[in-house]
Design a protein around this ligand. Structure first.
Ligand code: BTN
Length: 237
């Protein structure tokens, strides 16, 4: 797969869309910094130099496993005992070290990954984010990038070749889940629910709430009022 390296860009996900428009397929865009890094739910992704910011463009298949194998690959590439906060944040001691933004665009899927590696965490995210350099010495973002790609394509290709099934991916994901068993507040487009996380699977997240066990579907929930796409978001209480 071709890797396109850029010094600076607004957002690797947005740039990937332009390349898709021009007919390009199967590529990765990586940038040293982003001027308009995007997060889930319309948030900003701080993208100072030193961090890893990249987007992998894939054919539109296996969408359902991407939100599981991507954070898993980050956890493995980092190798510091990081955990996954539902749906696909990677956290270390309750602070976010990596975020993932998966988008469908035309007949392609863009897997956008941001990992704080050698970048300084500053400003308003100081209390909620952490960088790999604050956890261990001698980190190198090229090494983390390479390890991520090895892990990611190992999962992806095994799944494509039927050497790995969805159940095995889920089992692996659950080993690193920081959300199962926790009390959470799930933020839905039009309301919020509190409960204890009972399970996570490809269809969604199940909570034990005051009114019993309830399952909430993951993925995009369409808010019909403004046709905006939403993802489930949760706060660990
Ligand atoms: C989140 O945690 O809300 C998701 C953050 C995703 C950030 C990455 S950095 C590379 C790619 N380009 C973007 O603009 N966003 C994603």
């Amino acid at each position: 797969m071709e890797i396109i390296k850029l010094k600076e860009i607004d957002s690797t996900n947005e740039y990937a869309k332009k390349l898709i428009d021009s007919g390009k397929r199967d590529f990765i865009v990586i940038a040293d910094k982003q001027s308009k890094g995007r997060g889930r739910l319309g948030r900003v992704w701080f993208s100072d130099p030193g961090g890893l910011y990249f987007s992998i463009v894939l054919d539109n298949k296996f969408y359902e496993i991407l939100s599981f194998i991507t954070p898993l690959s980050v956890v493995k590439a980092l190798n510091i005992g990081a955990k996954i906060k539902f749906p696909n944040d990677v956290i270390y001691r309750d602070k976010k070290i990596s975020g993932i933004l998966i988008e469908r665009y035309k007949d392609k899927i863009i897997v956008g990954v941001g990992i704080n590696v050698e970048n300084e965490i500053r400003g308003e995210i100081k209390d909620i984010a952490i960088s790999l350099k604050d956890i261990k010495r001698g980190v190198n973002k090229d090494e983390v990038f390479k390890r991520f790609l090895d892990e990611f394509f190992n999962y992806y290709n095994k799944f494509a070749n039927n050497d790995l099934d969805k159940e095995a991916i889920l089992k692996e994901y659950k080993k690193f889940s920081d959300t199962i068993g926790k009390r959470v507040k799930l933020i839905l487009p039009n309301n919020e629910v509190e409960g204890l996380v009972f399970n996570i699977d490809f269809e969604g997240i199940s909570l034990v709430t005051d009114v019993g066990l309830k399952k909430y579907p993951t993925g995009e929930i369409k808010n019909l009022r403004n046709l905006k796409e939403w993802n489930l978001n949760l706060l660990i209480l």
